[in-house]
Design a protein around this ligand. Structure first.
Ligand SMILES: Cc1cc2nc3c(=O)[nH]c(=O)nc-3n(C[C@H](O)[C@H](O)[C@H](O)COP(=O)(O)OP(=O)(O)OC[C@H]3O[C@@H](n4cnc5c(N)ncnc54)[C@H](O)[C@@H]3O)c2cc1C
Length: 383
């Protein structure tokens, strides 16, 4: 029975993508497992704010071979079968950069995860904030939570910090680091829109391919050029092959001149699948503002307020300047400011540049990615 008297083999703090994967994996080994989540949903940034399916980016290498599987493939396959994901798209112009997306509907992803938790026998304590560590000298014995029952203790043999911001590690006294404020990536409030005339937008893209970002599709391991990317954009017939739509350079510059844009963000959005082949536009509108430290609550509040202003500017731009958005409307604005950079746990071993260059293998690997975003602390896109 789930409850405060149960001693768990594994307690996972945070039910984001990493937390639910850790919990399901632990439960499959027979461990009595609990997930504690502060919000009412599972999936973390994947559902609360992130681009739909960002966890499913870059599943293919530069040869177009799928090289990431496991939990990612299992959940994509399950949602695809249920009609809540698009197939793995690996169009010719994205493969050479190993930058493909396999989109899933984030709302259904979250519902599927609730089902999987039940199937795997994982206990859930929702709307509960982990506020401290229970320790016996240097050994972690459990967690302190605050929820409708007040402040309570739950015992666990192993506690995994999946809060995304190393909260539990901090409470337990483990070493954490935070990126210097000058290097911080922008915090973001996302929003989603419906009512876009996709045919009209695609016609604009086909006719103006040079208006869109191409750098992310160049890779030092391939000879694809800017011109190749433009050619591909001019011929795309299914907008889903684009993955993300970023650029609108002349339109954005014109808007900047007219005071209808701000200098803190590029213009663009991701695609979000919905039932019946419908597509929503999902915006990751970033603040790029004030270099806000992720550990400064007042600065984060100011950033929150700024992001809400920027959303209104961005929306004015899309409605008034971008073909296809004339009758579009916002359907959802994230309740949370999300952080790309937060405090990190300093592990027993820290990856270095040589490890990346030499593709060093580790026996305790728990994840795999070819995504260089955020990796500039260790390596970077030129590695
Ligand atoms: C705007 C944005 C864009 C991104 N784009 C991409 C992308 O394109 N591709 C990509 O791969 N990654 C992207 N990322 C990164 C990606 O979102 C993260 O790597 C991923 O979400 C990390 O998953 P996680 O489970 O560790 O943390 P999270 O998703 O943050 O989940 C943490 C969970 O812990 C819960 N929690 C936190 N504190 C507590 C507490 N004290 N008690 C209980 N529960 C708690 C939270 O509510 C949340 O559910 C992006 C991130 C952001 C913010």
């Amino acid at each position: 029975m789930a409850g405060y008297d149960t001693e768990y083999d594994v307690i996972v703090c945070g039910g984001g993508t990493s937390g639910v994967a850790a919990a399901i994996s632990a439960a499959r080994t027979g461990a009595k497992t609990l997930v504690i989540e502060r919000t009412g949903c599972l999936g973390g940034q994947m559902c609360v704010s992130g681009p739909p399916g960002f966890a499913y980016a870059r599943l293919f290498n530069t040869y177009g071979e799928q090289d990431t599987a496991g939990f990612v493939e299992e959940t994509h396959a399950r949602l695809y079968k249920a009609g809540h994901a698009w197939p793995h798209y690996h169009p010719k112009h994205r493969v050479p950069a190993a930058y493909t997306f396999s989109y899933v509907d984030p709302e259904w992803w979250m519902l599927m995860i609730f089902n999987m938790m039940e199937e795997e026998g994982v206990d859930l304590l929702i709307d509960s904030l982990v506020v401290g560590a229970v320790k016996d000298n240097d050994t972690v014995k459990g967690v302190l939570v605050e929820n409708a029952d007040g402040r309570r203790e739950i015992k666990g043999k192993i506690v995994i910090d999946c809060t995304g911001e190393a909260y539990f590690a901090n409470y337990a006294g483990a070493e954490t680091v935070c990126v210097d404020v000058e290097d911080i990536q922008p915090h973001t409030i996302s929003f989603t829109a419906d009512g876009v005339d996709w045919d009209k937008l695609l016609t604009y893209i086909n006719r103006n391919p040079e208006q869109f970002e191409y750098q992310q599709l160049l890779h030092r391991a391939s000879d694809q050029t800017k011109e190749d990317v433009y050619k591909a954009y001019s011929k795309v017939v299914d907008i889903r092959e684009l993955g993300e739509v970023m650029g609108f350079k002349d339109l954005r510059d014109a808007a900047l001149k007219n005071g209808d844009w701000h200098p803190f963000s590029g213009a663009g959005f991701f695609l979000q699948p919905k039932e019946g082949g419908k597509i929503l536009a999902h915006f990751q509108h970033s603040s790029h503002w004030d270099k806000t430290l992720p550990t400064d609550a007042w600065a984060l509040s100011r950033c929150h307020i700024e992001c809400r202003k920027q959303i209104q500017i961005a929306w004015r731009f899309f409605k008034n300047y971008v073909p296809g958005f004339e009758n579009a409307y916002i359907v959802k604005i994230s309740t949370e400011l999300r952080l790309r950079e937060g405090p990190r746990i300093v592990g027993d071993y820290v990856l270095n540049r040589d490890d990346v260059i030499n593709t060093r293998q580790f026996s305790d690997t728990i994840g795999k990615s070819s995504f260089p975003a955020g990796a500039y602390h260790t390596a970077n896109v030129n590695t």
